[in-house]
Design a protein around this ligand. Structure first.
Ligand code: AP5
Length: 229
């Protein structure tokens, strides 16, 4: 498995709508580590009306990135939690080279590293359709699609029974800005991890099960099954 030392992390990278949230929880459970999603944490702050949430909302509603220091501190706080010592699956972070450098530094200080930066590749043209049909659970953040991945419980969440809703930043004009921000600020993060040798590419256009199988292999879960056999 890729997580070899305390404080090691696996990253799930990809454009808005590439399928990170759909896969992250299952992969994190299989790795036996917490799933830490920057977007979910920020939406939690918005919901609770914290100072951070009020600031973040002004950026998120436009599809812009929340400033680096705010997001980096929020993630480092999660990495310092005792349950994160065995490792973490980070979803949606880092999104700028500055965030990536801060993460690398923080992990190196504690003897850890980014062991795998898994990049879910998707043509940008398909992202709007994916996001326009997306429904999210208000309670547990599980992600569905009206056509490709409907909830088995109809208009309620198949995991926890919570109410499903459409995220306000999934409006077409906001999605277009999120994709443009991704191309400008986050594609260089892919290059950053390509240069470090941690990047692993997975074709995000396949169906959900095929993507999951490829992801399991990218994070070394297949090796684990073979070793246990
Ligand atoms: P965040 O919540 O991280 O959103 P995002 O990266 O834009 O990603 P999404 O959640 O939109 O997409 P996803 O890849 O998880 O797709 P999903 O699996 O749901 O960030 C929101 C905002 O917070 C940002 O805009 C920014 O303002 C702020 N923020 C967050 N992190 C930040 C950071 N580090 N720095 C600064 N600001 C930050 O799938 C999408 C749809 O497709 C679903 O309907 C799903 O069912 C469907 N689907 C998934 N896989 C497949 C498949 N294989 N085939 C068919 N359909 C599929």
């Amino acid at each position: 498995m890729v997580l070899q030392a305390r404080n090691d992390v696996v990253l799930l990278l990809g454009a808005p709508g590439a399928g990170k949230g759909t896969q992250a929880r299952v992969i994190a459970d299989s790795l036996g580590v917490p799933h830490v999603a920057s977007g979910d944490l920020l939406r939690g702050h918005v919901r609770r009306g914290t100072e951070l949430g009020q600031l973040a909302k002004t950026y998120m509603d436009r599809g812009d990135l929340v400033p680096d220091p705010v997001v980096t501190d929020m993630i480092v706080e999660q990495l310092d939690r005792p349950e994160a010592l065995r490792g973490v699956l980070l979803d949606g972070f880092p999104r700028t080279v500055s965030q990536a450098e801060a993460l690398d530094e923080r992990l190196a200080d504690r003897g850890g590293a980014v062991r795998a930066a898994v990049y879910l590749e998707m043509p940008t043209a398909d992202l709007v359709e994916r996001l326009a049909g997306r429904l999210i659970c208000r309670k547990c953040s599980a992600s569905y699609h009206q056509v490709h991945n409907p909830s088995p419980s109809g208009s309620a969440c198949g995991v926890c029974g919570g109410e499903l809703y459409q995220r306000p930043d999934d409006r077409r004009d906001v999605v277009e800005n999120r994709v443009a921000v991704y191309m400008r600020d986050t594609l260089p993060v892919i290059q950053h991890y390509e240069a470090s040798g941690a990047l692993r590419r997975v074709d995000g256009t396949k169906d959900i099960e095929q993507v999951r199988t490829a992801l399991r292999s990218a994070v070394g879960l297949d090796d684990l099954v073979l070793a246990a056999a």
